[in-house]
Design a protein around this ligand. Structure first.
Ligand code: ADP
Ligand code: MG
Length: 475
């Protein structure tokens, strides 16, 4: 009996359905149309090149087995990819041999048909405009002009500037900016976007936080609009993806981003990425994605020194049309030394206090305000700071605490540091142990227990700990 292509494909689907989760089946197999069966070659139509790549990467083994099962050893599968661009490009066909080792099919280099003219459904697209226009989602205040230069950011800033002048045209692709909370990653990444839009308004630039991207991906799975989602991002000239450490554990979204990344990179488009850690320290990200990040340049933002902090404050004040005595600026910059966002927050509180109480901003108001301010943010105390304080208190050198020494006063300083790190930071026991001289988490548990016992039994010891805790909160 003659088999028709629809029959064959239906039987294949039955097998596939039994072998993969139903959501995947719905997403990746339902949209496929069987086109023809010529001898033992089955041709199926897939909605996009991306779709083809995805099938090839995730389901090639299953497809190969299924085709063999249905069409015998000589069975083969060919793909017809819908090219949505109406121009001269003709629909093109490629094939993956469904027998043999498959290497030939997998490594085939494929020209890139692009689907740009399609009505791309995406929340960012401004409706009613013929040409694809996209709201870049940029904050206009985040400019290079407003981004004060210092030793802490020189490399990242100048690389960002180079990228902004020639998106996709430098070796800084991707450009990865990394650094701790509140050190200016989002500001700098957006400054690049704003600068590109200023000089090249036609470039399609999109800023998206990793979280939002993940959410959009989940939504597109639910609504069966995965193609629109991918097409949208693949149509961009510049993608700015903020906080990619949030990809940790989200394997499917990483997969999609990997594909988008490759597509854009191959077409000479620019990617700008930010992260709270250096690529090598990013846990929970797939190795192949990490290795992509190493293609370009990773530049870090570190904590600004006091001059830079003062310059940042002055700039902000100037923008807001406010003048402050120099000693107040210096006082604030001196006391808030680990985070630019907090620096700004302190300044805002200071202004609010002065307005509400109708008081001049002077050093005594600043002192009073900062006391409250720092108390409120005491949760962000760092282990470095705890260590510094404890060592100062007991007059022991910092290196000793991290060393292996078992001298009594050192052990005491070390155990109290661990105890305070556990109660005043959100750091894990493992990281606390690692920080205080590469010890393991059980050592930290033991230290905390010892300190608690001593607080209960030894009055002098209890006073030490309270003293230090007070300093920790007041400083
Ligand atoms: P991150 O994304 O690294 O957490 P942000 O980019 O949100 O940090 O920066 C926090 C705040 O600090 C923002 O208001 C930003 O404008 C400001 N800021 C950070 N670095 C600088 C700088 N070098 N010059 C001026 N403002 C800065
Ligand atoms: Mg940020």
């Amino acid at each position: 009996m003659e088999k028709t292509c629809t029959h064959v494909w239906e039987s294949c689907l039955q097998i596939i359905k039994d072998n993969i989760p139903s959501q995947s089946f719905k997403t990746w197999f339902e949209p496929i149309t069987p086109l023809r069966l010529e001898g033992s070659v089955l041709t199926i139509q897939v909605p996009s090149l991306f779709f083809y790549e995805w099938l090839e990467e995730h389901y090639v083994g299953l497809l190969r087995k299924t085709i063999k099962n249905q069409l015998g050893d000589s069975g083969r599968l060919e793909y017809n990819i819908v090219v949505e661009k109406s121009s001269s490009q003709k629909p093109y066909t490629t094939n993956i041999p469904s027998s043999g080792n498959g290497a030939e099919g997998k490594n085939q280099s494929i020209p890139m048909p692009v689907a740009l003219n399609k009505d791309i459904k995406n929340p960012f697209v401004i409706p009613g405009l013929k040409k694809l226009q996209v709201d870049p989602q940029l904050n206009p205040n985040y400019t290079f002009e407003n981004f004060i230069e210092g030793d802490c950011n020189r490399l990242a800033r100048s690389a960002g500037y180079a990228v902004a002048a020639k998106p996709g045209g430098t070796s800084f692709n991707p450009l990865m900016v990394y650094g701790g909370v509140g050190l200016g990653k989002t500001h700098l990444a957006q400054a690049i976007g704003n600068e590109i839009k200023r000089n090249m308004p036609d470039k399609l630039v999109i800023y998206v936080s990793c979280e939002k991207f993940c959410q959009q991906f989940v939504d597109s799975l639910k609504n069966n609009t995965i193609n629109d989602f991918v097409n949208f991002y693949q149509a961009m000239d510049v993608i700015i993806m903020d906080d990619i450490h949030n990809f940790a554990g989200k394997d499917k979204t990483q997969d999609i981003f990997f594909h988008i990344f490759n597509h854009l990179h191959q077409s000479g488009k620019q990617l700008i990425i930010t992260s709270d850690k250096a690529p090598k320290d990013l846990a929970g990200l797939e190795e192949r994605l990490l290795s992509r990040f190493k293609w370009g340049l990773s530049a870090d933002l570190s904590v600004p020194d006091i001059e830079t902090r003062m310059a940042i404050l002055k700039k902000k004040m100037y923008q807001d049309g406010i003048e402050l005595p120099n000693d107040v600026i210096e006082y604030v910059a001196h006391n808030i030394d680990n985070n630019v966002r907090e620096l700004e927050g302190a300044m805002v509180s200071l202004l609010a206090q002065s307005t509400l109480n109708k008081k001049e901003i002077d050093i005594s108001l600043a002192k009073q305000m900062l006391k409250n301010f720092i108390k409120n943010t005491s949760k962000e105390i760092s282990m470095e700071y705890i260590q510094k304080l404890v060592c100062e208190y007991f007059e022991v050198p910092v290196e000793m605490v991290k060393s292996k020494t078992r001298k009594r006063e050192i052990v005491q300083a070390r155990q109290i540091s661990m105890y305070l790190a556990k109660s005043h930071t959100k750091t894990s026991l493992k990281s606390i142990g690692a920080f205080f001289g590469g010890r393991d988490h059980s050592t930290v548990i033991y230290a905390c227990q010892t300190v608690e016992d001593l607080i209960d039994t030894d009055k002098k010891f209890k006073a030490y700990v309270h003293d230090i805790q007070k300093k920790l909160k007041m400083s």
